[in-house]
Design a protein around this ligand. Sequence first.
Ligand SMILES: C[S@@+](CC[C@H](N)C(=O)[O-])C[C@H]1O[C@@H](n2cnc3c(N)ncnc32)[C@H](O)[C@@H]1O
Length: 346
Amino acid sequence: MRNALYFGDNLKVMREMQRGSYHVCYLDPPYNSGRNYNLFLAGSKVQQKAFDDIWRWDDAARENQEAVLRYDGRHPELVETMADLSCCLSGFNTMLRASKGRSEAESMRAYLAFMAPRLAEIWRLLSPNGSVYLHCDAHASHYLKCMMDVIFGARQFRNELVWCYSGGGIPRKDFPRKHDVILRYARGEEVLFNVERKPYKANTQQVGKHSTLSGGHEIDLARGTPVTDWWTDIKTVTGWNPEKLGYPTQKPRALLERIIKASSNPGDIVFDPFCGCGATVDAAHGLGRHWVGIELTVLALEPMERRLRERYKLRPNVDYRIEGYPRTLQDALLLAEQNPTERLRV
Ligand SMILES: C[S@@+](CC[C@H](N)C(=O)[O-])C[C@H]1O[C@@H](n2cnc3c(N)ncnc32)[C@H](O)[C@@H]1O
């Protein structure tokens, strides 16, 4: 059984995984939004806290930073990266002290210390022609891109994808924020990439090799035009969307399908270390890929199991493995102890 869901802190789980295991990794971590996220319990209006995205410079943050500054060398291929990341974190600290108020600087520091060792592990786990897609927003995308340059190398940066959406939440004194950023990096020089094409605009006409609308560029009307780096055709999972499972921050399956098709082939293994209610594993399964997800919050298992059962008739521990899910109070307390933010509720 290659498909698996792990429950626990992804840093601990990833450290035990073999290098080069995954063809594509999508991650949608907390964004340092300063908010709590609640889950609607199945079939009811009752809410329970799923996870929070509020960061403080506390023991957990110090422990994350130590994982980089005093790397124990268990994976020799990460020693140099961790040394580079130590410089990067210390540069951020200097810059944050200068540019932000004390509490904002502390929370960004804590957030970046959390992300650093996890992004380094992801680099280790990708196959030589693999890719990573890091989903973030304007809260921290600028810092994360610098960190990714340090880990993967600036030359390995391939795209800044902009996912545009609409919906409520209109501020009075700012332009409404209606896009997320997805940073795409390749693990190596050779990268697996399948071009997706879409039809040209309805009124485009081909004249010889050229189009009447594209300013003289060569086109092939029958083949269609490649999807660009800004995506407006994928709706969020809100309102009455039948995909909605009640899990906060759920991402649409179509977003994951586009990413997985672009950077893997059937039979490859897709990895999501912050898998929430499982949009990635769902999309991967539908596309004939194997999948591995990691999630800290035990509340995510119910919606994940539900979608895999309803869409593919998959049975836990028969068709896919579940590792680390607490079955006893003692296990639950152990999982809570593992929580790097020390704020998991059991
Ligand atoms: C933004 S949500 C991901 C949502 C997901 N993309 C979906 O479509 O459902 C971030 C997830 O990361 C999880 N998480 C936070 N810290 C984690 C950690 N250290 N290890 C594993 N999961 C973690 C949270 O519980 C939350 O479910």
